[in-house]
Design a protein around this ligand. Structure first.
Ligand code: XBP
Ligand code: MG
Length: 254
């Protein structure tokens, strides 16, 4: 039986990468007087490196003006990342990041139906706190039985650790929950933790790209793909229960 929903954050509940993180990274570069800029195309490539600090270090590999010493690169990435998260919080606090269609509705319906909910994200806790605190108020964590963020894991997505941790905190088996994800690293992470995924592609992870690459991921478990939770047929708790039941039947017959 379906007992829990586990939500990704970036790209899934809002277009945070488009409306927040990319802009904030560029503000951080500027604040340190660096003539670095990530345009949308470059940022799309870089999103395959999960984790903002890891993304910064990776990008320095292709920059002649980045520090040569690996330790200095890591230190610079830490400073840039802190500034980026401050800039991100400012963007969020200005109300510039809105929920994707249907997200708040489905969270409310799930709550009313008694499903437990969790967050499983690669992003820093401060970013989740800013975003969900802005939508739900300071007590936002009461809505979630578990909140697992980038700092809470050793290995970020596509490693399954973040989802495994969320499942442990929820006290659920993977076959009692559904993950809601937008990206290939997220889908891979959830599937490797044994979770079936409702895939809701985002601006940086369009449907065709994710599904083409997902085919190469062994055992990719996608319950359904919906560009918006509000597109007919609307994703509500009743539909999730049906999809979950179908997947369980498939598992037992296959
Ligand atoms: C999100 C990420 C994060 C964000 C930025 O992936 O990879 O790194 O881009 O957040 P997912 P931080 O949606 O799969 O969790 O800078 O705090 O890492
Ligand atoms: Mg995501």
């Amino acid at each position: 039986m379906l007992e829990a929903l586990i939500w990704d954050v970036d790209g899934t509940i809002a277009e945070t990468e488009r409306d927040g993180h990319r802009l904030a990274f560029n503000q951080a570069f500027q604040s340190l007087g660096l003539h670095w800029h990530w345009d949308p195309a470059r940022y799309g490539e870089l999103l395959h490196i999960t984790g903002g600090r890891e993304r910064l270090v990776h990008d320095m590999d292709s920059r002649a003006d980045a520090p040569a010493d690996p330790a200095e690169r890591v230190a610079l990435a830490a400073v840039l990342h802190r500034r980026k998260n401050e800039a991100y919080a400012d963007i969020v606090n200005m109300g510039r990041i809105v929920p994707r269609p249907g997200v708040l509705r489905l969270m409310e319906e799930a709550r009313a139906a008694g499903l437990r909910q969790a967050i499983a994200t690669t992003t820093s806790r401060t970013n989740v706190d800013a975003l969900l605190g802005g939508w739900f108020g300071r007590q936002w964590q009461e809505r979630f039985a578990a909140v697992v963020c980038g700092e809470d894991v050793i290995k970020k997505k596509p490693d399954p650790e973040v989802y495994e941790r969320a499942l442990t905190l929820l006290g659920c088996r993977p076959d009692q929950a559904i993950a809601i994800e937008d990206s290939l690293p997220g889908l891979t992470s959830a599937n490797r933790a044994g979770l079936a995924v409702l895939l809701t592609p985002s601006v940086y992870f369009p449907r065709a790209q994710v599904l083409a690459q997902a085919d190469a991921v062994s055992g990719a478990g996608v319950l359904a793909v919906c560009d918006s939770l509000d597109h007919p047929p609307v994703v509500d708790v009743a539909r999730l229960r049906v999809l979950h039941e179908q997947a369980a039947t498939g598992r037992s017959s296959g």
